[in-house]
Design a protein around this ligand. Structure first.
Ligand code: HGY
Ligand code: MN
Ligand code: MN
Length: 421
C-alpha cells in the first residue's frame, strides 16, 4: 500500500454538500426522495450529476445505454481501465444514500487524487448507471445490464401493469433502443481491469457488529413471481360461503406461504409479496381474478431454487382447496454473484493498512456490480445503514462512515491500479 493512499483525506463537508444538493431534486408529489428511472426528476438529477462529474475534472460522455461515464485519464490509456460508480435513481419514496454514496463518493475520490497530485497508471471510469432500481417492468440494473450485454430485445418488449412498453420508455427519455442494445460494444473496445463499488449496506449487520466497513462476499440471487389466480366472480350477498371460488382468499393463503418460505432459509434468504391486484374490486362481488407479485432472494442458490419449487406447489395446493386455479410464473432478475476473491482481499487489505475494522458480509440487495462482474473482476465496499433501514425516507448513513468508505475505496483503487492480470 503506497503512503499516498494513506494521505487521502476525503472532505466530508463537500460530500455532504453534494448529498444535500442532489437530495433537492426529487418528485414533489411523492413522499421521501423519489427519482424513478425515466421520470422528469431523474432526468434533471442526471444533468446535475453530469455537471458535478465535469466539475471534478472528469471527461464525461453518456454511453448508448444512458449511463453517465466520467473518465479520469491515467498515464497509460492503453491499459485496461479501473471502474467504480453506482446509481442515483431511487425507489418510490426512497432515501438519500442508496447508490448515491457510490457516485458522490467516487467524485470526492477523484477530487482527492487531483489535490494530492496522484496520477493513476490506468484510466479510472466513474459511472452513474441508468435505472438500477427494480422497476414496473420487473427489471433492475438497466444501465449495467446493457453494458454487460445482458439487456435483450425481449426485455425492451416487456410491458408494465399500465401496458407501457420498456423500449418506448427509453425512446421517450431520449435514448435510441437500438443504441441501448448495442451499448456493450464500447466495453468490448475498451477492456476493463477491475470494478469496485462503494454502497450503503441497507441492512443491520455492520451497525450490530460495530464496524464501519463491510467487504461483500456475494450478491444475492433474485427470482420474481407473478401468480394469477382464476376464481369465479359471484354476488357477494347471495353466493353461500361454501360454494365460492374466491380468488383473493387463495391469494391470501399464498401471501402467508411466501412469508413462511422466506422465514425458513438456513442462511441468507428472504421472500416478499409486494402487490395484489384484485378484480373486479367491487365491494359486492366475490373476487374472480387476482394478480400477485412477489420475489425471493438468497445468496444460497440451491436453497433458492428448492424454495421456489416448494412455494409454487404450496400455492397451487392451497388454491385448489378453494376451487381456484392459479398460474405461477417466475422470472430471474439476477443470479447470485460472488465477489472476486482477489478484489475482496484488495479491499480488506486496504482497510487493514488504514487500521479500519471490517467484516465480510453478504449483500441481500442487488447492485450494478452483479452485471459489471461479467466484464471484469468485481468487489464491493459497504458502509453502515442506520438501524439497517433503506428504500425509505428514514434511510441514513453517517458522514464519518461515508468518509471512511471513500478512504478504503481510494486505497483499493490505488492498489488495483498496480496489479496486472
Ligand atoms: O432491489 C435491490 O436489491 C436494489 O436496491 N435495487
Ligand atoms: Mn442501490
Ligand atoms: Mn435500492
Amino acid at each position: 500500500m503506497s503512503s499516498k493512499s494513506e494521505a487521502l483525506a476525503p472532505v466530508p463537508e463537500r460530500v455532504e454538500r453534494d448529498l444535500l444538493d442532489l437530495a433537492r431534486i426529487r418528485d414533489p408529489e411523492s413522499g421521501g426522495w423519489t427519482r424513478t428511472v425515466f421520470s422528469e426528476p431523474y432526468r434533471a438529477s442526471r444533468e446535475w450529476v453530469r455537471s458535478r462529474m465535469i466539475d471534478a475534472g472528469l471527461d464525461v460522455h453518456p454511453d448508448g445505454a444512458g449511463n453517465l461515464v466520467g473518465v479520469l485519464h491515467g498515464r497509460n490509456p492503453a491499459a485496461p481501465a479501473l471502474v467504480t460508480g453506482s446509481h442515483t435513481d431511487t425507489v418510490e419514496s426512497g432515501g438519500r444514500f442508496d447508490g448515491i454514496v457510490g457516485v458522490l463518493g467516487a467524485l470526492e475520490l477523484v477530487r482527492q487524487f487531483a489535490e494530492h497530485d496522484i496520477r493513476l497508471e490506468r484510466d479510472l471510469l466513474v459511472i452513474d448507471f441508468l435505472g438500477e432500481e427494480s422497476n414496473e417492468f420487473g427489471l433492475s440494473c438497466l444501465g449495467s445490464r446493457a453494458l454487460a450485454g445482458e439487456l435483450t430485445a425481449a426485455h425492451l418488449d416487456r410491458r408494465d401493469y399500465r401496458g407501457d412498453r420498456l423500449g418506448d420508455r427509453y425512446t421517450a427519455f431520449g435514448l435510441d433502443p437500438s443504441g441501448v442494445l448495442a451499448a456493450s460494444g464500447w466495453t468490448a473496445a475498451r477492456p476493463l481491469h477491475r470494478y469496485v463499488e462503494l454502497h450503503v449496506e441497507q441492512g443491520p449487520l455492520l451497525e450490530e457488529r460495530g464496524v464501519s466497513i463491510g467487504v461483500v462476499t456475494a450478491i444475492t440471487g433474485i427470482e420474481r413471481m407473478l401468480a394469477t389466480f382464476a376464481g369465479r366472480p359471484d354476488h357477494a350477498g347471495t353466493m353461500p360461503m361454501g360454494d365460492r371460488r374466491d380468488a383473493l382468499v387463495a391469494a391470501a393463503e399464498a401471501v402467508l406461504a411466501v412469508r413462511r418460505e422466506g422465514c425458513g432459509a438456513p442462511t441468507h434468504g428472504v421472500a416478499t409479496t409486494s402487490r395484489l391486484s384484485s378484480e373486479p374490486g367491487s365491494p359486492n362481488v366475490v373476487p374472480g381474478t387476482v394478480r400477485m407479485h412477489a420475489e425471493m432472494r438468497s445468496v444460497d442458490s440451491d436453497w433458492l431454487s428448492s424454495a421456489m419449487r416448494r412455494l409454487t406447489e404450496e400455492i397451487r395446493l392451497k388454491a385448489a382447496g378453494y376451487g381456484v386455479e392459479v398460474e405461477v410464473e417466475w422470472s430471474r432478475d439476477n443470479e447470485r454473484v460472488p465477489a472476486n476473491p482477489a478484489v475482496h482481499d484488495a479491499i480488506s487489505g486496504a482497510a487493514d493498512t488504514l487500521g479500519i475494522a471490517w467484516e465480510p458480509v453478504p449483500s441481500g440487495a442487488t447492485h450494478d456490480a452483479v452485471h459489471m462482474a461479467r466484464l471484469c473482476p468485481m468487489g464491493m465496499i459497504f458502509v453502515p445503514s442506520k438501524a439497517g433501514r433503506s428504500h425509505c425516507p428514514e434511510e441514513w448513513s453517517e458522514l464519518d462512515h461515508i468518509r471512511t468508505g471513500i478512504q478504503v475505496l481510494g486505497a483499493t483503487i490505488m492498489e488495483l491500479d498496480r496489479t496486472h492480470d
